[in-house]
Design a protein around this ligand. Structure first.
Ligand SMILES: [Zn+2]
Length: 417
């Protein structure tokens, strides 16, 4: 078996690229050897049983490394000592082909699950990795100082850092399952994915036998506080936030929205839950600007601030739709896949005011006991427009909901102020 990248171009649009002896993937199969490994290597094209390439959006940077001569063509990952610091135990949802359709549940520790295939020379790469982390977050240090959370030396260390396990998950899309969940035809889904990526993956339309796509999109990260094995126990209290990326707020502290306060408050409560014997879970999705991207988001900010009457809660969603065509492109239908991968059956405290997230979680068979929205004292002044608009649109809140003139009166800062 050659493990050299060939320099000649093989057109995937030619259907004579069908290879009958590649390991088949039987999604939902219980035994990993029978389920089969996901093989998306481009170095041995004849073995591929998936469309696309590893590393999500970073696949394009790998191409640049190769183009500039920095990436050794024959490189294969050497996986010694890369095993996870904790393992997610297989459970029922892994064996249901419709429960998890955007992640490969066998994507971690492939050197264990798919040793037979690696020994035979197949280039099987992980799509999930599990490690440990200490989080140093100013808001958590403040919570310790304010007495809201105590130092216990285990979850919260003496230096106010929080210890946790973190899990990185790259997308592996099982197209028949995704089509079913969206209630559309698989062929139609493939055709539109092909067209809207500018024809990036011809196999979407020429290779209906390949059921998996590794799309060039961002990954997802799960942060677990407390005993990871208890995630699968519905009797253990679970506090959970499913958070969609907002770089401006999450990282840079921009005050136009509530994203960072929601995130840090979620982490604080997740750690507190772990301290009383429960588990905390924060899932971070790379779906910037409601998955419309940051350019669209900044355009919307300007349009909101410059519109007649100023930035108002009454027109919050409308301005996004004007610029982007839709209000939201996050497809929360697929968000619970991570929860189902981890074995979550019951969330006691869900930190989110989004009905789309709540409905998706409940529809995926996970019970939600309490819904928690952000305490009002944590909402930045300029983010009142967003929060009141969301409440008026029916997002979950225990507070009063404004409408009509009251909603109009909730105004954000003007540009240059
Ligand atoms: Zn935000």
């Amino acid at each position: 078996m050659s493990n050299e990248r060939t320099s000649h171009v093989v057109l995937t649009s030619h259907s004579n690229q069908l290879f009958k002896d590649i390991p088949q993937v039987k999604w939902g199969e219980k035994d990993p050897e029978k389920r089969g490994p996901v093989i998306a290597t481009v170095s041995e094209k004849e073995n591929r049983n998936a469309i696309g390439s590893h590393s999500g959006s970073y696949t394009v940077y790998r191409a640049l490394s190769i183009a500039s001569g920095h990436f050794p063509k024959a490189h294969r990952p050497e996986l010694t000592n890369t095993e996870g610091t904790a393992s997610i135990k297989p459970h029922d949802a892994w064996f249901d082909e419709s429960k998890i359709v955007t992640i490969d549940p066998w994507g971690a520790d492939v050197n264990i699950h798919f040793k037979k295939f690696l020994d035979e020379g197949y280039n099987v790469k992980p799509t999930i990795a599990v490690t440990q982390a200490h989080l140093h977050i100013p808001e958590i240090a403040q919570a310790v100082d304010a007495g809201r959370i105590k130092v216990d030396g285990k979850i919260v260390k003496e230096n106010k850092e929080i210890k946790c396990t973190k899990i990185a998950l790259e997308p592996v899309w099982y197209l028949p399952g995704m089509a079913k969940r969206l209630n559309i035809d698989e062929g139609e889904l493939r055709k539109i994915l092909f067209q809207e990526t500018g024809g990036m993956f011809p196999e979407l339309v020429t290779r209906p036998d390949l059921k998996l796509l590794l799309p060039p999109i961002g990954s997802t990260t799960a942060y677990v506080f407390g005993d990871i094995d208890k995630l699968q126990d519905p009797e253990t209290e679970l506090t959970c936030r499913v958070h969609d990326e907002c770089n401006g707020s999450d990282v840079f502290g921009s005050d136009i929205c509530t994203c960072r306060p929601y995130l840090t408050w979620g982490i604080e409560d997740a750690a507190r839950t772990a301290q009383r014997g429960g588990v905390g879970l924060i899932v971070y999705f790379r779906k910037e600007g409601r998955a419309l991207g940051e350019v669209t988001k900044f355009l919307v900010y300007n349009a909101r601030k410059r519109q007649e009457g100023g930035d108002s809660a009454a027109t919050y969603f409308h301005r996004t739709e004007c610029v982007a065509g839709v209000q939201d492109a996050r497809f929360q239908e697929f968000m619970p896949d991570v929860l189902n991968y981890l074995g979550v059956k019951k969330i006691h405290n869900l930190h989110s005011m989004s009905n789309m997230k709540y409905d998706a979680i409940v529809n995926s068979g996970i019970e939600v006991v309490n819904r928690l929205s952000i305490p009002s004292e944590l909402i930045p002044e300029d983010a009142q427009v967003e929060i009141e608009a969301k409440k008026a649109a029916g997002y979950f809140t225990p507070d009063d909901v404004k409408d009509g003139e009251e909603l109009n009166k909730v105004q954000g800062r003007k540009l240059d102020e």
